[in-house]
Design a protein around this ligand. Structure first.
Ligand SMILES: *Cc1c(COP(=O)(O)O)cnc(C)c1O
Length: 406
């Protein structure tokens, strides 16, 4: 009992002294070889070719196509614009079925072009679209399905492909989390009509800002290339409606450099994942989500599900405990897209149709990983979580006080 209390005293919600002096963030950028990056940037400056399908973008696209085992990769300024363009190039209209348990960009990319995102519930085991629910939401206005490989774990690709084929719907994937991952031994990027990656600075593989579309459909690739460059087919020759989705050369320089270190980044994530797994083993109500070790996986998201009934402490309180220690755990995805505007106003009753999504938005948190943290941080983070879960009653008054301060 005394030992437990002394550990409780060590928690910052009690003592006011955080375990970490500097904040540990989720999604700190991974940076590759600086000299290689600077070399590419120097060459770029010498060339005076900063954007508009320069040599670095061309090289990056070729390397990505090779890495992903797909025929066409089109780099873009970010994944949201890549989603918007892919949606438009695929000719989606009316209603499109998407999960609510995703980053809001998946829904916004539809609504931005006045296509209605129809939110579908997820499978609580995979956190991904539940194919049986998808089938029930199809109406005469439905034109497509966008699956999201949440945390990089592949969607029910086969079931969704079967439904899309049988009901004559387009299928695409938001693969923003799944760069470097495989399904059935085949790299994510080649499934559905098109898959979209994000290379935002908070993703484990970044180009500062950036994204890419991957497809094996040559016609679609041509359309997407036109759309991301104002519809220019050549000098002074616009043959299509387009926007500006181009990736700049400096982003491609970062991308090429990141690609050279991608295995190192993944190894750090994997090491961290297993360190958390060991550190949190056996804690009631605290479950680290598992990845399939038989597939290629980037392990970028360190996701924990907190079952308040079993843990004795809610996810939100655990996040409070961690924030007091300067461990900036994040509630993900919180709230669900259906609870954000404009969807909340458009579909005020959708939460009734999304019970599993609602539960997950209350249970899931993301912990710091990537090259910015290692065993020296993860050990203490796990001790903090363990101390909180082992003393929920004693902590309650302190949490109420901490809540008042936030
Ligand atoms: C990050 C993310 C996006 C948006 O990517 P950007 O490159 O920031 O536009 C879209 N969907 C999901 C699931 C994401 O995590």
């Amino acid at each position: 009992m005394i030992a437990q209390l002394s550990r409780l005293d060590e928690l910052a919600v009690v003592s006011g002294r955080p375990r970490f002096e500097e904040k540990l963030h989720v999604g700190r950028p991974n940076i590759g070889d600086r000299a290689a990056l600077m070399g590419r940037i120097e060459d770029m400056l010498d060339r005076l070719w900063l954007t508009n399908n320069g040599p670095l973008v061309q090289e990056f696209e070729a390397r990505l196509a090779d890495y992903l085992g797909v025929e066409h990769v089109i780099c873009m300024c970010n994944a949201t614009v890549a989603l918007e363009i892919a949606i438009r190039a695929l000719g989606l209209t009316g209603e499109v079925i998407v999960p609510s348990f995703t980053f809001v960009a998946t829904a916004h990319a539809l609504q931005w072009q006045e296509i209605t995102p129809v939110f579908c519930d997820v499978d609580p085991a995979s956190h991904n679209l539940d194919p049986r629910q998808v089938e029930r939401l199809i109406t005469p206005r439905t034109s497509g399905i966008i699956g999201v490989h949440v945390w990089g774990r592949p969607c029910a690709i086969e079931e969704l492909s079967e439904i899309a084929a049988r009901r004559n719907l387009k299928l695409m994937f938001d693969a923003a989390h799944a760069f470097g991952n495989s399904y059935g031994g085949q790299m994510i990027g080649g499934f559905g009509a098109v898959e979209i990656f994000s290379f935002h600075a908070t993703k484990f593989f970044n180009t500062f800002e950036g994204g890419a579309v991957a497809t094996n459909d040559a016609e679609l690739a041509t359309k997407i290339r036109l759309m991301k460059n104002f519809g220019f087919a050549g000098y002074d020759n616009v043959i299509y409606i387009g926007t500006n989705g181009k990736m700049s050369e400096v982003s491609a320089a970062m991308g090429l450099t990141s690609l050279e270190s991608v295995d190192t980044f993944i190894a750090a994530n994997k090491r961290n994942h297993h360190a958390y797994r060991r550190g949190l083993a056996g804690l009631p109500g605290v479950q680290v989500i598992a990845y399939d070790d038989g597939e290629r996986c980037n392990y970028q998201y360190m996701i924990v599900e907190v079952d308040e009934a079993a843990a004795g402490i809610s996810r939100d309180d655990l996040v409070r405990v961690l924030h007091a220690e300067n461990v900036m755990a994040r509630r993900y995805f919180y709230p669900g897209c259906h609870e954000m505007e404009p969807y909340r106003s458009y579909f005020p009753h959708s939460h009734l149709l999304l019970p599993e999504t609602e539960k997950l938005t209350q249970r899931v948190m993301s912990l710091p990983s990537g090259t910015a943290v290692g065993p020296d941080e993860i050990g203490p983070i796990c001790e903090i979580i363990r101390a909180a879960v082992e003393n929920p009653d004693a902590l309650r008054p302190y949490l109420a006080a901490a809540d008042g301060r936030h």
